[in-house]
Design a protein around this ligand. Sequence first.
Ligand code: NAD
Length: 325
Amino acid sequence: MRVVVSGGSGFLGSHLCEALLRRGDSVCCLDNFSSGRAVNIAHLVREPGFTCTSCDVASRFRISGDAHAVVHLASPASPFDYNSHPLETLAAGSRGTENMLRLAVRHGARFVLASTSEVYGDPVVHPQDEEYWGHVNPIGPRSVYDEAKRFAEALTMAYRRNQGTDAGIVRIFNTYGPRMRAHDGRVVSSFIRQALEGEALTIFGDGSQTRSFCYVDDMVRGLVAMIDSPQPGPINLGNPRERTVRELAELVLQVTGSDSELRFLPLPVDDPVRRRPVITRAREGLGWHPRVPLGEGLRHTVDWFVSQPDTRVRPRQQSAVGRQS
Ligand code: NAD
């Protein structure tokens, strides 16, 4: 199978490309390297089944050869990225999604949209199943991302209904792991960087807001299952084990062996209070559930951050990187 992956040099995309190649698929990665990094796919470029084209999927682009599946991951994804590139975020969700859908139609390929738990906004229903329509501020600072993804979902369903496209949607909840960028502003990478550098861990609000953290290997298994499935979705992919942000901070301190303090800052506008996926559809429709416990996933992630020669993140003492039982 030949799979086109937009955003393939990013955090999730590079792991997905790797998993697809490992099982014998060919991969055509499309990326404009706005938040993706060449180093994420450097180990793949010599593989015979891998090609990468630098392009903006919201503009014109071409691929050569066949496509049996098209996965649309390209979008600024961290609050830092979408706040600094609001128009590009809207374009990736709208024109980018339509271009990738058209590509799938041309090739008669399966299409998978990487949507997000952010379509639920600051949910008033808890936990969130796929029937819930969400509670999103359409003009707030997060709206460029949330509404772009909601539009992308609507577009995907319109192609499915009206063009007969074999299209499916996954709603991805917070995912973490190696290849996150140290300064992307996401909570897991921020806490790990701060803990390793001996800085205070910055918690927005009192830390009682909850998130559900899924390790990247689990998420990639779910994405691959969705590529292989005829399911339309939307299907939640995420870890249903809910954690407070304060709990996460304390776990990161334990795993890193850091004695950093916790610093509490005002909660940003429209920050969701609670997040937890119901994953019945994923279990029943894809045979998927996450397997990696948070402590184990954090250890892999911390080890990766520490091993990076090109990052300025360094534990103050190498021996300070502890192990949590
Ligand atoms: P990322 O920033 O690491 O990856 C996004 C990739 O898309 C980057 O490689 C970037 O260069 C590329 N890109 C952005 N705009 C592009 C464009 N117009 N043309 C071509 N390439 C473009 O982020 P990620 O965490 O890997 O997220 C991947 C996808 O998964 C995104 O669509 C995101 O919304 C979704 N998602 C991720 C999470 C998560 O926790 N990581 C949660 C929910 C949804």
